[in-house]
Design a protein. Structure first.
Length: 266
């Protein structure tokens, strides 16, 4: 594996303690010369996608936003086209699928168009807050990690209290994934997964899953290749099914199949 590129002021033994703490808690801004690609799979999120894009654009680094409209039928495409034409901070690239193919397919398309040094996955539904980017990215910039997961199950950061059985299913899937990968993640299904570009370039040609099975597939392939994985706590504002949450029971069964399928085969 190649060494991560350095941006801004990389961590060292000479860093002040307050500098290290600021990075750990997400108070240290991202370096202005960082080239960050944010891949946003979007399906029928006209009500929230604009706010998500504007929050991403608040970061001072060179952000490339790759939004993949996965066959939306609610006006999402028009919102994205308007935002792309504004020319504000953060280059917005919009790619459209003619039909709904699933989150995995949208991510594969987005990864193929991402050109940044670090690639981050962002959902378009406001459950995950782009204000968490610094704490997610700094472990890579400091040379500690190749991949960073943002866990929703950290008690150190605020999160909305919602469905018990949904959380229990997430923990069960994470446990099954850990049994096969020998990682000790607390949240395998999290949206927030961040990669060095070299990691995505190595894994992308092997990705197969069309829908939510992409989460255990990515995790298995990261573990199989021996990349250094960090996990950091993130804020989380989960939404209800009435508000548009899409993942369901059939996706959980598919995730179990993917966990064991990618344990044995790449």
């Amino acid at each position: 594996m190649t060494k991560p590129q350095k941006h801004g002021a990389p961590a060292s033994e000479n860093d002040l303690p307050e500098t290290r703490v600021a990075r750990q808690v997400g108070l240290a801004p991202l370096p202005a010369d960082l080239r960050l690609s944010v891949v946003v799979p979007v399906y029928n999120e006209a009500a929230t996608v604009e706010q998500v894009i504007r929050r991403i654009r608040q970061h001072a680094c060179a952000v490339e936003i790759v939004a993949v409209d996965d066959g939306s039928a609610d006006g999402t495409a028009e919102v994205l086209a308007r935002l792309a034409a504004e020319g504000e901070r953060g280059n917005l690239v919009v790619i459209g699928h003619e039909r709904n193919r699933g989150k995995g397919a949208a991510l594969r398309t987005g990864f193929a168009h991402a050109s940044g040094d670090i690639v981050l996955i962002q959902d378009a539904d406001l459950e995950y807050d782009p204000a968490d980017y610094p704490r997610l990215v700094w472990p890579i910039l400091e040379g500690k990690a190749d991949v960073v997961y943002g866990t929703r199950f950290s008690t150190a950061v605020p999160h909305r209290v919602l469905y018990f059985w949904h959380a229990a299913a997430n923990r069960l899937l994470t446990m099954l994934s850990n049994l096969t990968t020998d990682l000790n993640l607390t949240d395998m299904e999290t949206c927030y997964k961040v990669f060095r570009r070299e990691v995505i370039e190595a894994i992308r040609p092997t990705l197969r899953e069309e829908a939510f099975g992409i989460e255990p597939e990515l995790t298995a392939k990261v573990a199989r290749r021996g990349y250094r994985v960090y996990e950091v706590g993130i804020s989380y504002s989960g939404r209800t099914y009435a508000a548009g949450k899409k993942i369901g029971l059939k996706d959980a069964f598919r995730a179990v199949w993917c966990i064991f399928r990618y344990w044995h085969w790449d």
